[in-house]
Ligand binder design. Structure first.
Ligand code: FEO
Length: 168
């Protein structure tokens, strides 16, 4: 059985992962609106991955005989100033999520909840990857600046990203 405190914290994280999905979907439509289909593809896949993150916790809470509670999802922003502005927002958001995951790990330790602690280790490593891929794109975008040809090349590259079921 999950403790009430742990259950509540995990439900909050489900909401945060669903919000992440919503945020990236919003970024996908922003990129569609400025004709960057590859960037949009990257965001659509990211949005799907966030759903899988939410479901991992959803299934875990259920397996531990807890109760999933779904809360309202905050409205995400819908416009950014540039691709760089959007990706800086991705990085900032992922850093915030990392902080949330770390707090959950702390809580699991406090509660001596070893199963939740172990389940969360996947998320700890996933956040390393999430921050790393976002900052790699931020750096590229900073490097190319206003060079439209280079931006097009990045768009092509991001367009090749594919969703890998269970791979995240
Ligand atoms: Fe679910 Fe982007 O962390």
């Amino acid at each position: 059985m999950l403790s009430e405190k742990m259950e509540k914290a995990l439900n909050k994280q489900i909401n945060a992962e669903l919000y992440s999905s919503y945020l990236y979907l919003s970024m996908a439509t922003y990129f569609d609106s400025i004709g960057l289909k590859g960037f949009s593809n990257w965001m659509r896949i990211q949005a799907k991955e966030e759903l899988t993150h939410a479901m991992k916790i959803f299934d875990y809470v259920t397996e531990r005989r807890g109760r999933v509670r779904l809360f309202s999802i905050e409205q995400p922003p819908s416009d950014w100033e540039s691709p760089l502005d959007a990706f800086e927002a991705v990085l900032k958001h992922e850093m915030k999520v990392t902080g949330m995951i770390n707090e959950l790990v702390d809580k699991a330790l406090e509660e001596k909840d070893h199963a939740t602690y172990t389940m969360l280790q996947w998320f700890v490593m996933e956040q390393v990857e999430e921050e790393s891929s976002a900052s790699e794109i931020v750096e590229k975008l900073r490097f190319v600046g206003n060079d439209r040809g280079a931006l097009f090349a990045i768009d092509q590259e991001l367009g090749r990203r594919q969703f890998v079921e269970g791979g995240e």
